[in-house]
Design a protein around this ligand. Structure first.
Ligand SMILES: Nc1nc2c(ncn2[C@@H]2O[C@H](COP(=O)(O)OP(=O)(O)OP(=O)(O)O)[C@@H](O)[C@H]2O)c(=O)[nH]1
Ligand SMILES: [Mg+2]
Length: 185
């Protein structure tokens, strides 16, 4: 299949949505996507993403075209290239990496200011909750990232683990609800 055929295949129908997964490097974006796509066993071998990955995730009768963009500092300037026509954002935070909560909040603020993302729902994954005692709670991350100050869009924070799968489906169901995509499994 050629590249053009592939891109055409991503064209949206009523039961499709284009979802962006963003967040700092090492936050667990690629692992979250793999887990959502049913490839959980592969997460130990995941390498830092140099560009982006796209996967179609079927949930009930809804097809999510999920774009996972590399989060390294040198790649972040390219994030806006992917914003147009996105239906929702998933922002992944490494809940154990307290030293970088401020940086995570800064990058989230920047992207939420982009007009191409105006008004679309934002789900924050408080990832790596399988590391007890070290992981900050979703409530703590919401506070540090000042999520309560978000205006003009629906947002939600979901505690999760891309390692165990905990919380990922709940987060996706929240997104589907906000997009009016009823998941009739
Ligand atoms: N314990 C634990 N480790 C995780 C979890 N999610 C990801 N990891 C680990 O964290 C590291 C980074 O995961 P990635 O999914 O590659 O992170 P990323 O956000 O895609 O990183 P970039 O592609 O560089 O932007 C890997 O070593 C994963 O195995 C999780 O929920 N729990
Ligand atoms: Mg990655």
């Amino acid at each position: 299949m050629g590249l053009l055929d592939f891109i055409r295949g991503l064209r949206k129908s009523d039961k499709e949505a284009r979802i962006l997964i963003l967040g700092l490097d090492n936050s667990g974006k690629t692992c979250s996507l793999k887990c959502l796509a049913g490839e959980k066993e592969e997460i130990s071998t995941v390498m830092p993403t140099q560009g982006f990955n796209i996967k179609s995730v079927q949930t009930g009768n809804v097809k999510l075209n999920v774009w996972d963009i590399g989060g390294q500092k040198a790649i972040r300037p390219y994030w806006p290239n992917y914003y147009k026509n996105a239906d929702a954002i998933i922002y992944v935070v490494d809940s154990t990496d307290r030293n970088r909560f401020e940086e995570a909040g800064f990058e989230l603020d920047c992207l939420l200011k982009d007009e191409n993302l105006d008004g679309i729902p934002c789900l924050v994954f408080a990832n790596k909750q399988d590391i007890p005692l070290i992981a900050a709670s979703a409530a703590e991350i919401a506070k540090v990232l000042n999520l309560h100050a978000i205006k003009g869009r629906d947002w939600h924070i979901q505690a999760c683990s891309a390692k165990t799968g905990q919380g990922l489906d709940e987060g996706i169901q929240w997104v589907l609800g906000k997009l009016d995509l009823v998941d009739s499994k």
